[in-house]
Structures are given as structure tokens and as C-alpha cells.
Design a protein around this ligand. Structure first.
Ligand SMILES: Cc1cc2nc3c(=O)[nH]c(=O)nc-3n(C[C@H](O)[C@H](O)[C@H](O)COP(=O)(O)OP(=O)(O)OC[C@H]3O[C@@H](n4cnc5c(N)ncnc54)[C@H](O)[C@@H]3O)c2cc1C
Length: 466
């Protein structure tokens, strides 16, 4: 009999959440993690440290706009070292928190490089010290790392990734961000607030290309107001380092060669799966450009007993909360209990730039392409009293629905607290609420959240506040 019911390779959000739930379900569980700490990309160099910096940027923006709120603010200074120290303290606290939760749920963990060695076997290599684990089921949750472009290598001093930009000893005067997905626009937001002149370069025709087109246009408008220079449909040709920093050569949307100079450059062009040297060649699991193909709704690969979770899974969004639920689904299935398979259109997107973006379900374009008789509604936050109180009433909530029965297909929010009021959007889609259900739900007043009620009603032309 195998020593463990489950062995999990990787302790990021996919791995640690799967491990805790496995423990709660009474499965004997071990986690293999190459780093000396738990938490993965999300906790150490992703979701959490970036949101700490975004919070500090937000507070700083409030101080800068103090006069509007009736405060006289003088002598305002950024203590960057203290901000970085607070970020590190928060990360450490939560890494310790995962260790505590492992103990509480009798989850064991070992440090070392984990490799699948065939059914029920995982080898662990901790700096040459080798051991083997027997487990009836193996979850590979090895995560992802930053991609680059051919010929552009991060030196982590001038050409940065999401890791090295978090350790900059000083705030740069100028920064070029290549890539305007969630990671790119979040860093653009952070450094713009702290006074850096930021330029965004994106190969596709719009910012945040996975979002609804109207969200991209609104973000571009708001970013331009903040002074962010934006080049979309622009392809980087080369990056040269020099004494002053970097010079980027690129072709703009008309194909015209251009150059830009900056102190630092951030590569934010996507993330590649970390599936090399994980022993997948010893299994029947299929790969698609390095991503692992799962063939069951419970995240199992073509190799029985081998599951793939999180950023390495082909065709799934690379998001912490998607990884967490995939892990829960897999171990619940292993425990022989009933669970809900993951539905891709029910995974929310949250982007914490300023203005924030929250979305779920189909964009208007996707809904039309899927053959729906699309009816949309839109409520601008300018009509929301709480947004005015907050001094932040840009943006809108857009609802995409099917005209026939008022089925809600997608909800797209840009503006104040978008990533928080997204909770109602997610509940609506998961519980299959219709326009009629949702426009009659009572929303508390005054809240930013009540904008959702107006947005649902606007599909029928019955919004109150605009
Ligand atoms: C800058 C940035 C900001 C982000 N912000 C958000 C956000 O706000 N919200 C959100 O939902 N998502 C965000 N993400 C994405 C999120 O971080 C990932 O989707 C999430 O971390 C994926 O979880 P995972 O468990 O699949 O992998 P990871 O978190 O990458 O964890 C994988 C773990 O496996 C370990 N490992 C790898 N190979 C081995 C091996 N062979 N043996 C042992 N251990 C191994 C690694 O050390 C790591 O600890 C952000 C990402 C970045 C880069």
C-alpha cells in the first residue's frame, strides 16, 4: 500500500490549497516544494506583493489629492525602503500561515525538486540528497515563470521580470513595460502613482486584450489621463542596454520604426509553464506547447492517478483562484466525494490597476460570435453616490445578456472597487441569475455595489441613476 494518498509537487496556491483540503478530507498528504518556503509565485512574487504595492500607491494617491478632500498635506515623502519592508513582512506572515495550516491539517512537506517517476512514485532531490515518496495519486502543480522575447534576456538590474522589479532599491524615473496584460498594467499603475514616467508597449491592438473591448478603451483613456504613454499594435525589434538604461526599438501601429529610452524595462509578455524535468516523459500525460493537457473534468491527465493543476494546465487561465479551485476539485474527486467540475466561463478575472477591472463570463464580442441575440446594458459610476463620495467615479459596469430569456452571459466592471463588487457578478453567473432576478435584488444604499442593480436594470432601459 502507498505510504501517502496524495503527493503534491509545488506549494503555490494550487498546491497548498489542494493539500489543506486533502488533509481536511482525511487523505494522507505530502507536499514537495523546491524553495525553502511555501506559497509559490502568488505569495512571494505575484498576487500578494503586487497588491501590497498597489495599496501603497493608492494611499499615496489619496495624500497627493488631499486638497480635494480638504486636507493640507505638506512634506509628503515616499520611504521606499519601508514600503518594501512592509511588503516582505506581509509575505513572510502568510508563508508562516500556510505552514501553520499544514500542521493543523496534518499535511507533511519536504523541500526538494519533485519528479514524477511513474505510477505512485515521486523522487525528491534536495541539493543532491535524494529520496523517494510513494503515493497513490500525484498532483503536479509546478507553476510558471516569466517569458521573454527572443534575444531579450532579463539581467534583473535594468531588464526586469515580475521578480526583480519587486526588489528595486529605488523608484526609477522612467520605465518601459512591454506587455499590457494584467501584470503589465498593474506595474504601470504602481510606478505611475509613485512618480515614474511609464510607457506601455503592447503587440496587440489594445490594453488588457482578454477583456471586453469597451473595458480596454476605458482603461486606455484613464491611463492616458494619468500621463502613461501607450503604444498598441507595436512590435519590439530589439532592446539595447547602455549607461543610461535601455533603448527599445520597435515598430509602431503604422509600421514606423521608433525608439524609446528609459532607466528600466519590465518584460510582462506572459508566463511559461514549468513542466521541464518533472518526469512527464515517464507518463502518458499529453503536453501542448509545454502545458499539460487534462482529459477529465477533475483535472486528471491521460496517466491514471496523475493530476495537473494551476498555471501548467493547457487552456486554463493562469490565475491563483483558478488554481485553488482546480486543486480542490482534484483532491475531492480523489477522496471519492462529489464535486463540481471547473467551468472556464465561471472563472472571474480581477486586475488591480487603477482603475480596477473585474469581469466574468463572455465579452460582448464572444457572446455575438457564440450566436446569442445579445442585449447589453451599461451603468457609468458617475451616477453612483458612493463613488462620488470616494472621489472616484470614472468607469462603468457593462452587462452582456441574451435577449430571449434575459440570461446573463457576462459582466464587465471598470472603476472603484471593481475587484470587490465582482463578487456579485460571480454569484450571479454561478447561480444563473437572469436580468429579471438581479434587477429586483435589493442592493444596500449608498454603496458602489448598488451600481450592479442599475447595470442590470439598464439592459431593459430602466436604470434609475443616469
Ligand atoms: C506579478 C504577478 C501578479 C499576479 N497577480 C495575481 C492576482 O492578483 N490574482 C491572481 O489570481 N493571480 C495572479 N497572478 C497569477 C498567480 O500568481 C498564478 O496564477 C498562481 O501563482 C499559480 O499557482 P500555481 O500553484 O499553479 O503555481 P505557482 O504559484 O507558480 O507555484 C508553483 C510552486 O511549485 C514549485 N515548484 C516548481 N517546480 C517544482 C518541482 N519540480 N519540485 C518542487 N517544487 C516545484 C515552485 O517553487 C512554486 O512554489 C499573478 C502573477 C504574477 C507574476
Amino acid at each position: 500500500m502507498a505510504k501517502y494518498d496524495v503527493a503534491i509537487i509545488g506549494s503555490g496556491p494550487g498546491g497548498y490549497v489542494a493539500a489543506i483540503r486533502a488533509g481536511e478530507l482525511g487523505l494522507k498528504t505530502v507536499v514537495v516544494e523546491k524553495d525553502p518556503f511555501l506559497g509559490g509565485t502568488c505569495l512571494h512574487v505575484g498576487c500578494i506583493p503586487t497588491k501590497v504595492l498597489l495599496h501603497h500607491a493608492d494611499v499615496y494617491d489619496h495624500f497627493k489629492n488631499g486638497a480635494e478632500l480638504g486636507f493640507e498635506v505638506s512634506g509628503l515623502k515616499i520611504n521606499w525602503a519601508n514600503i518594501l519592508a512592509r511588503k516582505d513582512k506581509i509575505v513572510k506572515k502568510h508563508a508562516k500561515g500556510i505552514e501553520y495550516l499544514f500542521k493543523k491539517n496534518k499535511v507533511e512537506w519536504v523541500q526538494g525538486w519533485g519528479r514524477y517517476e511513474g505510477p505512485g512514485r515521486v523522487s525528491v532531490d534536495n541539493n543532491g540528497k535524494k529520496s523517494e515518496i510513494e503515493a497513490a495519486n500525484v498532483l503536479l502543480v509546478s507553476g510558471s515563470e516569466a517569458r521573454s522575447l527572443p534575444g531579450i534576456d532579463a539581467d534583473h538590474k535594468t531588464i526586469l521580470t515580475n521578480r526583480s522589479i519587486l526588489e528595486l532599491p529605488d523608484i526609477p524615473k522612467t520605465l518601459i513595460v512591454v506587455g499590457a496584460g494584467a501584470v503589465g498594467v498593474e506595474f504601470a499603475s504602481i510606478y505611475t502613482s509613485f512618480g515614474t514616467q511609464v510607457t506601455l508597449l503592447e503587440a496587440l491592438p489594445r490594453l488588457v486584450p482578454v477583456e471586453d473591448e469597451e473595458i480596454s478603451s476605458e482603461l486606455e483613456k484613464e491611463f492616458k489621463k494619468k500621463g502613461i504613454q501607450i503604444f498598441t499594435s507595436s512590435m519590439v525589434d530589439s532592446v539595447k542596454k547602455d549607461a543610461k538604461g535601455v533603448t527599445v526599438s520597435f515598430k509602431d501601429k503604422d509600421g514606423k520604426p521608433q525608439t524609446l529610452q528609459a532607466e528600466k524595462l519590465l518584460m510582462a509578455v506572459g508566463r511559461k509553464p514549468m513542466t521541464e524535468n518533472c518526469g512527464l516523459e515517464k507518463s502518458k500525460a499529453k503536453l501542448d506547447r509545454g502545458f499539460v493537457v487534462v482529459s477529465s473534468p477533475y483535472m486528471e491527465t491521460d496517466e491514471k492517478g496523475l493530476y495537473a493543476i494551476g498555471d501548467i494546465v493547457a487552456g486554463m487561465p493562469q490565475l491563483a483562484h483558478a488554481a485553488m479551485m482546480e486543486g480542490i476539485v482534484a483532491v475531492t474527486h480523489i477522496a471519492g466525494k462529489s464535486t463540481h467540475p471547473i467551468r472556464k466561463t465561471r472563472i472571474p478575472n480581477a486586475t488591480y490597476c487603477e482603475p480596477q477591472i473585474g469581469s466574468i463570463g463572455l465579452t460582448e464580442k464572444q457572446a455575438r460570435e457564440a450566436g446569442h441575440a445579445v442585449k447589453t446594458g451599461k451603468f457609468p459610476f458617475v451616477g453612483n453616490s458612493k463613488a462620488t463620495i470616494l472621489g472616484n467615479h470614472g468607469g462603468f459596469i457593462k452587462v452582456v445578456s441574451d435577449e430571449k430569456f434575459g440570461e446573463i452571459l457576462g459582466i464587465h466592471i471598470i472603476g472603484p472597487l471593481a475587484t470587490e463588487i465582482l463578487s456579485e457578478a460571480a454569484a450571479t453567473l454561478n447561480l444563473e441569475g437572469t436580468i429579471d432576478d438581479m434587477m429586483h435584488m435589493i442592493h444596500a444604499h449608498p454603496t458602489v455595489w448598488e451600481g450592479m442593480g442599475d447595470a442590470f436594470a439598464s439592459v431593459r432601459g430602466l436604470q434609475i441613476n443616469v
